[in-house]
Design a protein around this ligand. Structure first.
Ligand code: HEC
Length: 86
């Protein structure tokens, strides 16, 4: 838990005013749904807000994706926070 809090603090520092998602919640969702096809390492260190936008595009059907994703905006932010954490 301390580790994830640290991620949140770090990403908040890097992203300035952006409110980071909850990486711990994102981890649970990632392992439940995304890890069947995606590697955690693929997005590690990338920009969380850019990935969040991409995940939202996938969930809304705007971006093509192999699997239909049903995610709330909060879940997209959580996933982005976890997935981009190193
Ligand atoms: C059935 C397999 C499958 C599952 C499950 C899956 N994806 Fe994907 N996803 C893909 C494939 C295939 C691609 C296209 C190739 C790539 O970029 O890895 C992709 C691409 C993406 C991209 C675009 C990446 C980029 O850099 O443009 C995002 C964002 C994404 N997936 C998010 C998710 C999230 C979030 C979940 C879980 C909630 C998820 N995916 C679950 C197969 C899957």
């Amino acid at each position: 838990m301390i580790k994830y809090t640290c991620f949140l603090v770090l990403s908040a520092a890097i992203c300035g005013t952006a409110i980071a998602g909850d990486a711990a919640a994102g981890k649970a969702k990632f392992e439940e749904v995304c890890s069947a096809c995606h590697e955690k390492a693929d997005q590690a260190g990338k920009d969380a807000s850019a990935l969040e936008a991409k995940i939202k595009d996938v969930a809304s059907g705007k971006a093509k994706h192999k699997k239909k994703l049903t995610l709330t905006d909060a879940e997209a932010a959580d996933l982005a926070a976890y997935w981009t954490a190193k």
